[in-house]
Design a protein around this ligand. Structure first.
Ligand SMILES: [Zn+2]
Length: 474
């Protein structure tokens, strides 16, 4: 994610109040989810304090098959979701995250399963308990008027009704506002997404485009994401768009810009750089990790950021207001395809593994594009950094704070200066190859960097990531 530069960040709640809230939420979540029925746990709290209550560690989803119909005229969404998963623990019941929306039926193996709602969760009780290791499929029929999820610290994420359609987008959450999901990045899965909208509107999502069909005034758009995807990287953009479909490096490239914007504007010019920038990043980070490329520009002012939704980032309007193309933000969101999307954090406290590297990619791109060198940017940012703010575990209100981005990027460059260019880029390429499609932690990166470089690097990472004074320049 990158916030729109001219946007004022939401008011931050005082740290003490935030901590009190966190403790309260965590305790509450544990009470609700902790399996106090004396049997096998009904669900297993992931206990990620950045997103209390989200996700469920009791099962592992492998695939989502989503079929949704959305009518902008009445803002009504009707959906059927099939979730294929494996029980990690023995489960007598389990939960899916689902915010708002009414559930008509839940079926498992063709039979109705008991279900009830508990806040933003759907609690499903199968007829028979699920033993550890059992694969199961659950189908949920649901409908309603979707709403975004507001959070004082993290901002608003999720389903937004727009003038001509809708946008489902947000980090760290959004998915649960339009489909039932294990809404935590530690459980990645593949997706088939089918979206039916009135004829004449586009329905964009992640991955490779499939067959588009029309019947009775409605058009169904199909998308397939075959690489594991974290739920916060899903998106849905519905409306009047100019959709361009082509290929790049033998893979589909789908870009979209609101139809009312002139085709000669900075939005189209920026998206047109997508292939070139992805190729540049691939030359540094290793092969592009997904089966499709693209990008979507939206004009809704509520989207005050760009988000690296998998294979097809979504860019808010603020990046193009000065009328000039913005390849920097494209470089940032495309870098996330490696750092964040293919190699995904396990806990939100490691957000710098996403943002530090994506910010560093902007430095690399600027140098490549004839601008300031990465070394010069490093020197300027080093001088301007507030070292009292840690990069790892920055606190919930600091999830998208400056430290995560700038100090994160400083850390990446400090690693490069310490091990040298050859070892540095081998570390990056080894990281993206060995962890491709999976999850990772800061500790994993330190271990890998030490192995590849043959150097002891723990002190370096500690000083640059969490030390409270300016580290010595390497
Ligand atoms: Zn980012």
């Amino acid at each position: 994610m990158r916030r729109t530069p001219d946007r004022i960040r939401p008011t931050l709640v005082a740290v003490a109040a935030a901590l009190a809230l966190l403790v309260a939420c965590t305790t509450d979540a544990a009470d609700r989810r902790g399996g106090r029925d004396g049997l096998r746990p009904g669900s297993v709290d992931l206990a990620d304090p950045y997103v209390p209550g989200a996700g469920n560690g009791g099962y592992d989803v492998s695939h989502y098959r989503l079929a949704v119909r959305y009518d902008p005229a009445n803002d009504r969404l009707t959906g059927r979701a099939k979730v294929v998963a494996t029980a990690v623990h023995g489960l007598s019941r389990f939960t899916l995250d689902l915010a708002g929306l009414d559930v008509a039926a839940v079926t498992m193996g063709g039979a109705r399963a008991e279900h009830r709602r508990d806040g933003d969760e759907l609690v499903v009780t199968p007829r028979h308990g699920l033993p550890q290791g059992r694969q199961f499929a659950v189908e949920v029929d649901y409908s309603g008027v979707p709403t975004a999820k507001a959070d004082g610290q993290l901002g608003t994420g999720g389903f937004l009704h727009t003038a001509d359609g809708a946008i489902a987008l947000g980090q760290p959450w959004s998915a649960a506002t339009w489909f039932p999901v294990n809404d935590h990045p530690s459980d990645k899965a593949t997706y088939d997404i089918e979206v039916t909208v009135p004829d004449g509107l586009a329905a964009l999502s992640n991955g490779v485009p499939g067959e588009r069909t029309s019947a009775d005034g409605w058009t169904t758009w199909r998308w397939a994401e075959r690489a594991p995807m974290a739920s916060y990287l899903t998106t849905l953009v519905i409306g009047a768009y100019r959709v361009q479909t082509g290929t790049h490096a033998g893979k589909p490239m789908v870009t979209a810009v609101p139809a009312r914007l002139p085709a000669t504007g900075p939005e189209d010019a920026s998206l047109a750089r997508t292939g070139e920038i992805a190729d540049f990043l691939a030359s540094r980070f290793g092969p592009y990790p997904f089966d499709a490329y693209g990008g979507v520009v939206v004009t809704d002012d509520r989207v005050g950021y760009a988000l690296e939704t998998q294979s097809r980032p979504v860019y808010g309007p603020g990046f193009f207001r000065n009328g000039r193309p913005n390849p920097g933000v494209v470089a940032h969101e495309l870098a996330h395809q490696w750092f964040g999307n293919s190699v995904t954090l396990t806990r939100w406290s490691d957000i710098w593994l996403n943002e530090g590297f994506a910010s560093y990619a902007e430095w690399l791109w600027e140098e490549h594009d004839g601008g300031r060198t990465a070394q010069r940017t490093f020197e300027l940012e080093y001088a301007a950094t507030d070292w009292s703010r840690p990069v790892v575990d920055p606190g919930r209100s600091g999830l998208f704070g400056t430290a995560v981005y700038k100090r994160g990027a400083l850390t990446v460059h400090a690693l490069r200066r310490t091990v040298g260019d050859d070892a540095f880029f081998r570390i990056l390429r080894t990281w993206t190859a060995e962890r491709r499609g999976g999850n990772a932690t800061t500790e994993d990166l330190v271990i890998l960097a030490e192995r590849v470089s043959g150097k002891s690097l723990r002190q370096l990472f500690d000083a640059w990531l969490v030390g409270d004074s300016a580290p010595a320049l390497p």
